[in-house]
Design a protein around this ligand. Structure first.
Ligand SMILES: [Zn+2]
Length: 486
């Protein structure tokens, strides 16, 4: 109904436009159609629908064909503004304000009209921005995790697509090279350009008009990050992504492009065969998988979660934990009790101090993975944890650990199963590690006055340009300047 009304609006403007061009008054045109001028006026104002026969008569009286009359385009810039204003005033958003409907008259200046339409646009933009509140973002993130858990973190369609694209690049085995990634881009009609002035709100920018993907310069020559970013940019095109309409869709698209890039860097067939051999020989290790495919430890660990349940018949969990113990990312389908807040969100929650994800920080030898068995209320788990340092000048805040773990019965397939490290975790029972031992508590209670440090939010609402979190002007200026160079 709304659609039809706005079509009537445009049609009315077109009739008025062509009538004006012919120099006819309402009554003069009405006379030729055997229609009262007042009836015609209702049609021009979008208040009455005309029969096809009448429209045909109007078109021939105005000396244009019917298709021209019915085109969905506003006949001129002024009419476009008037149509937009009429639509905006009919929106529920405007109705909720209880303000009067303003009918643009011929005497209304272009400035007034532009100002009103501009305010309506800003009203709509702010309303859509308000959707991504932190609560909304956290909820969307939790739903996403549950959705992926239900499918064992596995997306066969994207696996197949990536395998096909990687094969088409001429790649045979081992790590995917930068050259092969460039070929994959060329096959999609894009060239890869590394620039120093990428807008700070973006990871990459794709110029659809000129077939270019702009990427940041390599900070580490040969690092896997660039291949991954280029593949992610291509994935948006290959997966037919449209501008995300909600925060949930934005997150889903991000997940899909990350998944695609991981599938290209660690293709299914090669990865599964590598992992199955290691499993058969009882020497599975994320660090070997990482080294075989030239990716980061985190990328290898996450990729392992995609393939383990589907292809290795194994349930498992993955954790990325900050130096302070807060969970940054997590996945489980082995029932490891992840800490959650009341909304079910895990990000920013502190994991048990007894878990290897935290105890690994206290071990001095960090060149290899740290192994540990942990008894929990949900059973015993075996975990392998690798610690690392994000390049951040803020010391301990830059530390993180990556853990992959499995239920006790599955430990036999992994290197490190013979470890004697063992811990007991009673979390979420607070006496496990959240409450001070009673001796200490009675000694210090009332004697300590700590000043709290504020935690940065893991998820914060995104400022919204045309794309969430991205400054449009910056992106457009960037593209302009590079267009001139070429
Ligand atoms: Zn605990």
């Amino acid at each position: 109904m709304k659609e039809r009304n706005s079509d009537l609006e445009t049609l009315g403007h077109r009739i008025r436009h062509f009538r004006g061009q012919r120099g006819l008054t309402l009554d003069q045109l009405g006379e030729r159609l055997n229609l009262a001028g007042s009836q015609l006026s209702l049609i021009e104002n979008g208040k009455r629908e005309a029969r096809v026969g009448t429209l045909q008569a109007i078109a021939s009286a105005l000396d244009i064909d019917l298709a021209t009359l019915l085109s969905g385009e506003a006949p001129n810039a002024r009419a476009a503004l008037e149509i937009e204003l009429a639509r905006a005033q009919k929106s529920p958003l405007y109705a909720a304000l209880g303000l009067p409907q303003v009918k643009p008259t011929r005497g209304m200046s272009a400035e007034s009209l532009e100002a009103m339409v501009g305010l309506h646009r800003e009203l709509a933009r702010r309303a859509s921005e308000a959707i991504a509140t932190p609560e909304e973002a956290r909820r969307a993130n939790t739903e996403l995790r549950e959705r992926m858990r239900a499918r064992n973190n596995y997306m066969p369609e994207i696996e197949a697509l990536a395998e096909e694209r990687v094969r088409a690049s001429g790649h045979v085995s081992g790590a995917l090279t930068h050259r092969e990634v460039s070929v994959m881009a060329e096959q999609l009609g894009f060239s890869l350009l590394y620039v120093n002035d990428l807008p700070s709100s973006t990871r990459s920018v794709t110029d659809l008009a000129n077939g270019r993907i702009y990427l940041p310069p390599a900070s580490i020559p040969g690092g896997h990050g660039l291949r991954s970013m280029a593949l992610q940019a291509m994935a948006h095109r290959l997966l037919g992504h449209e501008r995300p309409a909600s925060y949930a869709e934005f997150l889903w698209q991000r997940l899909e492009i990350n998944y695609y890039a991981a599938c290209c860097l660690m293709p299914r067939e090669a990865s599964v065969s590598f992992l199955q051999t290691a499993k058969k020989e009882r020497r599975l290790a994320i660090e070997d998988f990482r080294d075989a495919f030239g990716v980061t430890h985190e990328a290898a660990a996450l990729r392992f979660t995609n393939l383990a349940t589907e292809h290795l018949d194994m349930r498992l969990h993955f954790l990325r934990v900050n130096g302070d113990g807060a969970l940054q990312k997590g996945y489980e389908n082995d029932d490891l009790p992840l800490p959650t807040d009341v909304t079910g969100s895990i990000e920013g929650q502190f994991v048990c101090k007894q878990w290897s994800a935290r105890s690994a920080f206290t071990h001095t030898n960090r060149t290899t993975e740290f192994y540990q068995y942990t008894d929990t209320p949900a059973g015993t788990f075996w975990c392998a944890t690798q610690t690392g340092n994000a390049q951040s000048p803020s010391g301990r805040a830059g530390e993180f650990s990556i853990s992959v773990g499995v239920p006790f019965a599955q430990a036999k397939w992994f290197r490190g199963r013979e470890t004697t490290n063992r811990a007991e975790s009673r979390c979420p029972d607070e006496s496990c590690c959240r409450r001070a031992p009673s001796g200490l508590a009675s000694r210090w209670s009332g004697q300590a006055w700590p000043s709290a440090r504020l935690h940065a939010h893991v998820l914060s609402p995104l400022p919204s340009g045309t794309f969430p979190g991205v400054d449009d002007a910056e992106v457009y200026e960037f593209l302009e300047s590079h267009q001139r160079e070429a």
